[in-house]
Structure formats: C-alpha cells, structure tokens
Design a binder for this molecule. Structure first.
Ligand code: FAD
Length: 503
C-alpha cells in the first residue's frame, strides 16, 4: 500500500454481482486478517435482488477455486446440481432437438479440428451426428455425471461442466466469505449520489436514514437501474432490442421431478423460449419472451402449462432491455452485473460477465490517480466480450427456420451485426469459425449452435483430405465406443449428488 492506493471500495448492491465482486476483492486486499483497504457492500432490503440467474458456464469453477472454496461444501450449501450443457428443443424447427455440450468433439487430428474430419466423413456418408463425439452431450443424454477423471487424454475427462445453483444461496455463501475476510455489510437504501464538482468523481452515497458512505472506488452492482453508472455518470446504453427482441420474463419454481438432469433445457416457444434448471430442492423455470408478440397473461399460461412439477409459487414478472452500457468504467465508478448490461439469459452468460469483470478490475486495479488508460482498456475488453456474446446469442434466433409465429418470422428476417453476418457466411461457405474475443465462446460452442440450428457447411478444410480415410473412420469408431462405454459406466447424476454432495 502506498500514499496513492485505494483506501476504500464501496460496492453498491448485494445481489449476485455485488457479492461476486466483494469476495475476490476481500481476498486480494486482506493482509494478515486486516484489510488495509476497506470494502463496504450496501444492499437495500426494500429493493431486494433480482433473484434469478441460476445456470452458469464452466469458468465458474475457476472463480470458486481462486477463492479457495470447498467444491463439495459449495454444492451442498447452494442446493447445486451439475451442468454439462444446454438441450435446445424446438429451436431451428419445431420437433428438432440439439445439444450444446461443454467441452469439444475430441482431440485435434493432424492439427485440424475433429469437426473438419467429421464433416469430410459425413459427406462421404455413414457418420452419426457430430454430437456423439461430445462426451458432455452423451453423458447428459443418459443423465450421467461424475467429474473428469485422470490427467491423460481420455473419454473420462474429455468434457467440462458448470453448475446450476440457487442464486440467493450463492450470494449468501459469498457474502459470508467476504464478511469473514473483513468486508462490511451495510443495509440501507441509497437516495442520493454526491459527485465532486471539480472532477466529476463520485465522493459518497447518501442513505435514506441520513448516513453518508464515502469511498475512493465505487462498484455499481445496483442491477438494471445502474444507480451510479447511469444515474450519476451518464455512461449511456447501447440498445440491442432490434436483434435481441425478448424484453420480458416470468419466473416460477416447481417441485423437483426425477430424473435429476445434469443440463439446462431451453424450449423455444411462439414468442421466445422457456428455461428449465434442475436444482436439488426444486426446479427453476422461466419464460423469456417479447411482449410485442405475446401478452403477459398468455406468456404466464405458456410457462405454467410447460412445468413438469407442481408450481411452488405464482410467476414473477421481470422486464429488461437487452444491451450494454457504452462505458462500464467511468472515472471512479465501475459497473458490474445487470448495471453493466444484459444480453439475455439464453446461454447463462451474465454470471460469466460478472466474473470476467471482477477479474479484469483486479488485473487493471487503479490507484487514486485513476489513470484514464486503465478505464479505456477495461471498457475495450468488456465491450469486445459483450459483443461477442451478443453475436453468439443472436445466432440462435437468426438461424431459425420456424415460420409458425410472427416472432420467429421477425427473427429470421432481422438485421444482425456485420460480425455475425461474417461468422455465418464463413461457416456456411467453408466450415470455419472466427473467434473475435478469446473470453467469449470457443469453436466447439459455435459449431454446436450453427449445426444444431441446421446450418450445414458447403465445404470443409481441404487439409483434412491428407489423412487416410480408413484410418480416420477407425479413429472415430474407437472414440465413439470409448465415449459411449465411459458414459454408461458413470453414475446417474442424481445418485452422484446423493452420494457426494447432498444438500
Ligand atoms: P440485482 O440482483 O438486481 O441486485 C441489485 C442490488 O442492488 C440489490 O442488492 C439491491 O438491493 C441493490 N440496490 C439497488 N438499488 C439500490 C439502492 N437505491 N440502494 C441500495 N441498494 C440498492 N445469469 C446467469 O448467469 N445465468 C442465468 O441463468 C440467468 N438467468 C436470468 C434470467 C432472467 C430472466 C434475468 C432477468 C437474468 C438472468 N441472469 C442470469 C442474470 C442474473 O440474474 C444477474 O446477472 C445476476 O443476478 C446479477 O444481478 P445483479 O447483482 O447485477 O442485480
């Protein structure tokens, strides 16, 4: 710590984002049990949290590991289950199913993606679906789960996984972690933000009960309202509704049913889609839709009719505008979570964006000079990641061949970004995928969504023709057998949890 170091961080909001920011900062800034830098988290019991956001992506495991969380304790305390990917139903066309499994389609062959070799054999005929070389997908389809085993490449570790958890319990888990490491929790509702007249920096927030909380760095995790980043700093919002038209959601939990599936289900509906997220104590459900194409009552009916267990509550309504804050770091305010933007929950990317936002802040951690280049770099990286995730989500809608509702006809015809138009054309013409942002989705994920929605490329990488076809077929057959056998030998997901991580 030197004379320019940040002395106090004020985190506005105690939802998933607030506590996901507080926990690693408390760990990083703690010295021998004493935090040289104070961390304060302000949450408003009057306003509450959004309370959804229960499906994650594999890097959540690294976030938890960085904090040093005990994996089994975390699963028990958050009523978590394991997630191997997402099953998509009725996307692309009615009656069609596909899977976005975590991990790849096997090892590279002669330095080329196994998908290119699969395409070559598929064109020649006699190849099962490429999904059968995704270990995660094969495990998920038979409801099997056990964590990856062994260090040497094998079917038993050729997959990745994430979690489904109770969002409220996860935030509470991280709150306990952060408070134990010196973070202070303040309950109160902020009614005003003090901005210094000389430089436009935030100096303090004022609570309804008259308290004034000063700080050097403010992290805005106040949710959609963006109390500081928009309210005080006027960062601006880039509205993506034209290409991500869903603007509403209804969420309702229902009783857990058997079997306990190790994956999220996303079912396309006439004006949006419905999620199903299995937890240990209940199943989370929601209907994400555009209210210009279906009214709220009909949307609630669609949600309730689709439940596979008895509803445990009445549906809760949420509204949002997809897009991102033009700048997520302005002067001494950094926005995270919904305050930074919201793409929509189709691929569970919001928690990922929080994690990456916190990670980048730690990497680019400022002192009280708040060098503008740090903010510029942070904003550049966040913008790039947000946009690459946006393209990935829009792709699901854009490739639809459904014509049975106005919503899907709109999606098929809507304009998309130049970057996504290029991605689609690149894949259609030559089976290649470009990765605009390394922190976004990797090639196997793009392939899953492109192919899953029925876009079969017109050619493939000519380099794969160098490999002997018979040897290649034998390789694919061996791998296929190994994956099927390995998955069949694994315990059922429900049994694995009952034995190792029951809440
Ligand atoms: P919130 O939960 O809204 O928390 C805001 C906090 O700010 C609260 O503590 C509140 O009290 C406080 N606050 C606000 N105003 C004030 C004030 N004036 N004074 C004091 N405190 C204040 N993400 C995923 O990764 N996976 C998913 O499956 C997923 N599903 C989703 C489904 C839907 C329908 C939606 C809308 C979002 C989903 N998300 C998902 C996103 C996820 O819910 C959020 O990223 C996550 O919950 C973080 O929210 P937050 O902490 O930013 O905001």
């Amino acid at each position: 710590m030197n004379e320019k170091s940040i002395r106090k961080i004020v985190i506005v909001g105690g939802g998933t984002a607030g506590w996901m920011a507080a926990a690693p900062l408390a760990k990083m800034l703690r010295r021998e049990g004493q935090a040289p830098c104070e961390i304060v988290v302000i949450e408003s019991p009057e306003i509450g949290t959004i309370g959804v956001g229960e499906a994650t992506l594999p890097p959540i495991r690294f976030y938890n590991a960085t904090l040093g969380l005990d994996g089994v304790d975390f699963v028990k305390k958050t009523q978590a289950t394991f997630k191997l990917g997402i099953e998509f139903k009725d996307w692309g066309e009615l009656g069609h199913r596909f899977f976005h499994g975590f991990g790849d389609f096997g090892p590279a062959i002669e330095n080329r993606s196994p998908f290119q070799h699969w395409l070559r054999l598929h064109r020649a005929g006699g190849m099962p679906s490429y999904e059968e070389w995704s270990t995660a997908t094969v495990m998920a389809r038979s409801n099997r789960f056990t964590p990856p085993v062994g260090d040497r490449p094998a079917a038993a570790n050729a997959f990745s996984f994430a979690f489904h958890f109770d969002a409220g319990l996860y935030a509470a888990y991280l709150r306990d972690y952060a408070v134990q490491r010196g973070a202070e929790r303040i309950e109160g509702t902020i009614v005003a933000v003090d901005v210094r007249t000389n430089d436009g920096f935030v100096s303090a927030v004022k609570l309804r009960d008259g308290r004034r909380v000063e700080g050097d760095l403010f992290i805005d995790c106040s949710g959609f309202r963006g109390l500081l980043i928009e309210g005080a700093m006027k960062a601006g919002y880039e509205d993506w509704s034209a290409m991500l038209p869903c603007n509403s959601a209804l969420a309702v939990p229902c009783e857990r049913v058997e079997p306990l599936t190790p994956y999220t289900t996303s079912t396309a509906r006439s004006a949006g889609w419905a999620w199903r997220i299995p937890l240990q104590h209940r199943t989370g459900n929601g209907h994400v839709y555009c209210n210009q194409f279906i009214n709220d009552d009909d949307a609630a009916r669609v949600l309730l009719e689709g439940l596979d267990g008895a509803a445990l509550d009445t549906p809760r309504q949420l509204r949002f505008t997809t897009g991102r804050r033009r700048r997520t770091w302005v002067k001494n305010v950094v926005a995270m979570g919904l305050a930074a933007g919201f793409v929509e929950p189709l691929e569970s990317t919001s928690i990922q964006l929080i994690m990456d936002g916190v990670g980048r802040l730690i990497e680019l951690f400022p002192d009280r000079d708040f060098q503008p280049a740090l903010a510029a770099e942070y904003n550049r990286r966040m913008a790039s990641q947000f946009e690459s995730i946006r393209d990935f989500i829009v792709l699901h809608y854009k490739l639809t061949r459904r014509t049975d509702s106005e919503f899907w006809r709109y999606c098929a015809a809507m304009p998309v970004s130049d970057s996504l138009a290029h991605q689609i054309e690149l894949f259609r013409s030559s089976a290649r995928v470009t990765i605009y942002d390394r922190d976004g989705f990797a090639e196997p994920s793009w392939v899953s969504i492109l192919m899953g929605n029925g876009l079969m490329p017109e050619s493939y990488d000519p380099a794969v023709d160098q490999v002997d076809e018979q040897a290649l077929r034998s390789h694919f057959t061996r791998l296929h057998q190994a994956i099927s056998r390995t998955a069949a030998d694994m315990p059922l997901h429900g049994d694995y949890i009952a034995r190792h991580a029951k809440a």
